[in-house]
Design a protein around this ligand. Structure first.
Ligand code: NAD
Length: 297
């Protein structure tokens, strides 16, 4: 099918590539010309704005960093809302349910449906097509895009009200953020006591402490000290903050979320919001006076 794709970043690039490989025709847009160029070489059509994308296709997907950017791409001055052909906007970004509902309402006024479709599984999952794709929105529009979304991974339709898939994604990323922060403290404690971090990871993965950080991020990006999982600290901090705000607004306990959000804030302040989120171990190492992995024990 003809699909618009806006936002060709760390996640958008491999997802757009998979759509092309599956036989879909893409009309693309990114504020960075260099991000779009490789897709033009693969046959994609480059538009000059989000509205330009939405002039040409009925389905527009977006993978964008922050909720305010999604809002401007959807409903801003040159947003998809002004497109002549668009019927549905599929937001692959982690936007949060409040922003998603606000954007859905603006688009609905122009008879454009919003499908929330945040994803989990990282850049590696986007490359392999093994993402968890969380979907909410009007069923008749989901039916149109379900096969295309299936090239990204496993599609889970979690509800039909605006933002439901975003709430699902925030719950998931809170757990991912917690696992990363907790595993960093556990491994640093062990290394300071003389344990080998590689053996610790093997034991944890064979035991009850196993989690996404111990099974993926530590062996792949922390122990080799490559810190290249492909997810910026700023984006993880955004997700944890959105989750905390949403939970507070819902009146549910946020003791853990509050602690985890402040840990990610400290990382952003100390190491840099642009750094990969696996660097969260570095402030922990600094305080403990040890280094985990290749350069250390
Ligand atoms: P990224 O910063 O690498 O990519 C964002 C892209 O959007 C960039 O190419 C940027 O140039 C483009 N962009 C920014 N403003 C724009 C605008 N106004 N118009 C058009 N293009 C614009 O981010 P990412 O890591 O690919 O993440 C994208 C989304 O997916 C985020 O919401 C993130 O939370 C979510 N996500 C990321 C990961 C991951 O592992 N990186 C995993 C799951 C979900």
């Amino acid at each position: 099918m003809d699909i618009g794709f806006i936002g060709l970043g760390k996640m958008g690039q491999p997802m757009a590539r998979r759509l092309i490989e599956a036989g879909h025709s893409l009309v693309i847009y990114d504020t960075r010309a260099e991000a779009a160029a490789p897709f033009v070489a693969l046959g994609a059509t480059l538009a000059a704005s989000p509205a330009g994308v939405a002039d040409r296709v009925e389905t527009v997907m977006a993978s964008l960093p922050e909720p305010h950017i999604v809002e401007s791409v959807a409903a801003g001055e040159r947003g998809v809302i002004h497109g002549k052909r668009i019927k549905r906007f599929v937001d692959l970004s982690t936007t949060g349910s409040t922003a998603a509902a606000a954007i859905a309402a603006q688009l609905a006024a122009k008879n454009i449906a919003q499908i929330d479709s945040p994803v989990s599984g990282g850049v590696a999952g986007a490359v392999k097509g093994t993402l968890a794709v969380m979907v909410s929105g009007p069923q008749e529009h989901i039916d149109v895009v379900k096969d295309a979304l299936g090239v990204f991974g496993t599609v889970f339709v979690v509800g039909h009200a605006p933002g439901m898939a975003q709430t699902m994604k925030l719950a998931n990323n809170f757990l991912s953020a917690s696992a990363m922060a907790a595993t960093a403290e556990a491994i640093v404690m062990g290394v300071k006591a003389g344990l080998d971090p590689a053996i610790m990871i093997d034991v944890i993965n064979a035991g009850s402490g196993r989690n996404t950080a111990s099974s993926g991020k530590f062996p792949n990006a922390v122990l080799p000290r490559t810190f290249d999982a492909g997810f910026a600290t700023a984006l993880m901090l955004k997700d944890v903050r959105l989750c905390l705000a949403e939970a507070k607004a819902a009146g549910v306990p946020t003791d853990m979320m509050g602690i985890v959000a402040s840990l990610w804030q400290r990382l952003a302040d100390e190491i840099g919001a642009d750094k990969d989120f696996t660097t969260i171990i570095q402030p922990v190492e600094r305080r403990a006076g040890v280094i985990v992995g290749k350069a250390g024990k």
